[in-house]
Every structure is written in structure tokens, then in C-alpha cells.
Design a protein. Structure first.
Length: 352
């Protein structure tokens, strides 16, 4: 099953009290006959927690540790007890996470730290040369990326290379080198427009290529996805269930909701127990759309949606004050889950 399904399941049971075996049964029914065995006492076990930053566990390492596998406690205590080596001292624990969230684990409990670096500079060039068959076009794109330090650094992320290649290829085919997008925010805005144009060509009766028409045709679904992105980012969720979609006006039962543009930026997977789970193709796409939602709410003076950033009800907030509050909110996050969202929000504000 998808890793997304496991994350959703952990978040679903995070407030329950379970013992170790009950916790594992949530993910692997095949273990049900091994409860009375010597599995936890005579074997050396390995636990892989993939995507710590996607969970909503509070991780209070100063709390009392769980030492007996039969005892029931909350999931976060179970996790911290395994990491601290109090529960199953011989077990091996492997945790993957974004850096900011990984910093929640005190260094004294980390035996080995490995950083996945993404593409090297050489691999970046290899990607663009393989992705773009026109050699001259590939050379132009590589040359342009090297002139923008921020884009070049971001291209160590494979999915960002994909977005960059999609955007710059589209621009250079249609235009000369003039007015090429250079900022991170411009890249994502143009990427969204390209996906809307693809939807228009594939699924609409008439292909309308003008930006204003594309935005008007897709405005309703974009705003729904943007609201979903923000509502779930606030809760540190990157995996959603059908109820989350319906709360934002998205009908998950309609296959047409997930064709064309939507299929390019939003995907459905099967999680545990054959349940459907949903997520954006990359967390950065969710963070970008969340920023779009916040900026649209500011333009429409929808203060109810913006209360997330304020301690008390506010009216007629200036853009400068909203951005300052967004900075403060991002600084409060120990996991850094609002960092890129903040960058996009700043970028959209400048572009506007």
C-alpha cells in the first residue's frame, strides 16, 4: 500500500491508547496470530517510520517512557519510547523526515544521521538532457537555470526539475529568451497555467489558450483545491480522505473531478484496508496552492479564513500586517511546515 495510507492511519489513531502489538496490527493483520509468541523478546526487530514530518504526533521526549510491550499508552509515547531505546532496547529504528521535523528528536537518541541530497549538479544537467529531446532547447534551459541561483539550488529536488522543465520548455517554444520566469512563485504559477491549458485541449470542446479564459474556466476547481491545501496544511496534513475533499466542495465520487489538470497536480491512491486517500503530487504544490488561498482571502476581505494567523478577531487587515503574522506563524512551527508556504505567499504578494 502507499506510504500515504500509513501516515493517515497513524494520524487517525494518534489519540488512542494502544500497546505495541495493537499498534502494529493497525498496519499488518498478519501479525494477529503472533501476539503470544516470543516475537518481541527473542528477535531483533527493525521499525521504519517513513515521513515523520507528515504525522501529527506531539513527540514529548521528556515524558515517561513505556518499557513493557503489553502496556497501553498513546501512540506518541510508544514512538518516543522506541526511539529512546526504553521499549525493545535491541530494536533498530529508522526514521525519515524533512530536516525541520527531524530536529524534534534529541541528538542523544540519534545513532546515525543521513541526509538525502537529491540531484548533484551533474545529475541536474543529465535530467534536463534526457527530459528534453531537443538538444538546443535543453542547453538553453540549463543555461537559464544556472543564471538563477535560487532555481539552480531548488533543482536538487527531482520534482522541481520536472516542473522547471515543463515551464521553461513551454516558454521557450512559444517565445524568445525574453521574459523567462525566474522566481520560484512564477514557476508554479506558470506550471498551473500549463496544466489548465492541457485540460482545456484534452477535455473541453474548444481549446481556449488565453490566460484569462483559462483562469475563468478553471477558477472554481482551483479555489476548491487551494482551500483544501490550506485547511490541511494548517493541520500539518499532506494526505486526505474523502471527507476532507467534501468539506471543500470537491465531489470525490465524480471521476471527472480528477481528469486533465487535476490529475496532473492531485492524485488518488489506495491506502490501508483499500481505503482511498488523496494528496497533491508534491508537498510544494500544496504549499503553493495554500498561499494562493490565503492571498485570495485577503483580496476578498475574508477575515474568517485568515483568523489562523491572528490571536484575536481582526478586520480590514493590511497586506503588510498579514505577511508579518504569517512570518510569526511560520517561526512558531517546530517542524517548519509553513516555510515554503510563506515563501510562496511573499512571492505572490510581490507579483501582484
Amino acid at each position: 500500500k502507499s506510504q500515504s495510507g500509513y501516515t493517515l492511519e497513524i494520524n487517525r489513531i494518534k489519540d488512542r491508547e494502544v500497546n505495541l502489538h495493537e499498534f502494529l496490527l493497525e498496519f499488518c493483520d498478519e501479525l494477529k496470530d503472533l501476539e503470544k509468541s516470543k516475537l518481541y523478546t527473542e528477535y531483533k526487530l527493525a521499525f521504519i517510520f517513513d515521513g515523520l514530518d507528515e504525522s501529527r504526533l506531539p513527540l514529548k521526549f521528556e515524558s515517561e517512557a513505556l518499557k513493557m510491550v503489553e502496556k497501553r499508552l498513546s501512540v506518541d509515547v510508544l514512538f518516543t519510547s522506541l526511539v529512546k531505546g526504553k521499549l525493545l532496547p535491541s530494536a533498530l529504528i529508522w526514521v525519515t523526515s524533512r530536516p525541520a521535523a527531524a530536529n524534534q528528536i534529541p541528538p542523544e537518541y540519534v545513532g546515525l544521521f543521513t541526509e538525502v541530497r537529491g540531484f548533484t549538479d551533474q545529475q541536474k544537467e543529465q535530467y534536463f538532457r534526457k527530459r528534453i529531446t531537443d538538444e538546443n532547447l535543453a542547453i538553453k534551459i540549463i543555461s537559464h537555470i544556472k543564471t538563477s541561483r535560487s532555481l539552480y539550488i531548488m533543482c536538487h529536488i527531482p520534482v522541481f526539475c520536472w516542473i522547471t522543465a515543463t515551464v521553461l520548455q513551454d516558454i521557450l517554444i512559444k517565445n524568445s529568451e525574453e521574459n523567462i520566469s525566474t522566481t520560484l512563485t512564477e514557476m508554479y504559477i506558470h506550471f498551473l497555467l500549463i496544466q489548465m491549458n492541457m485540460k482545456s485541449q484534452k477535455y473541453d470542446e474548444k481549446a481556449e489558450r488565453q490566460r484569462k479564459k483559462l483562469l475563468r474556466l478553471n477558477k472554481e476547481m482551483i479555489l476548491k483545491l487551494a482551500k483544501l491545501a490550506f485547511e490541511q496544511l494548517k493541520q500539518e496534513n499532506i494526505v486526505f480522505c474523502e471527507d476532507n475533499l467534501e468539506e471543500c466542495g470537491i465531489d470525490a465520487s465524480k471521476d471527472t473531478e480528477f481528469t486533465g489538470m487535476i490529475a496532473e497536480i492531485f492524485k488518488m491512491e489506495y491506502g490501508l484496508h483499500e481505503t482511498k486517500v488523496y494528496c497533491f503530487v508534491h508537498l510544494s504544490v500544496q504549499e503553493f496552492l495554500a498561499a494562493v488561498h490565503v492571498f485570495v482571502c485577503y483580496l476578498n476581505k475574508n477575515m474568517q479564513e485568515l483568523q489562523f494567523f491572528f490571536d484575536k478577531p481582526e478586520e480590514n487587515v493590511t497586506l503588510q500586517k498579514l505577511l508579518q503574522k504569517a512570518v510569526d506563524k511560520a517561526m512558531e512551527s517546530r517542524k517548519g511546515h509553513l516555510d515554503l508556504f510563506l515563501r510562496f505567499l511573499m512571492g505572490i504578494s510581490l507579483e501582484s
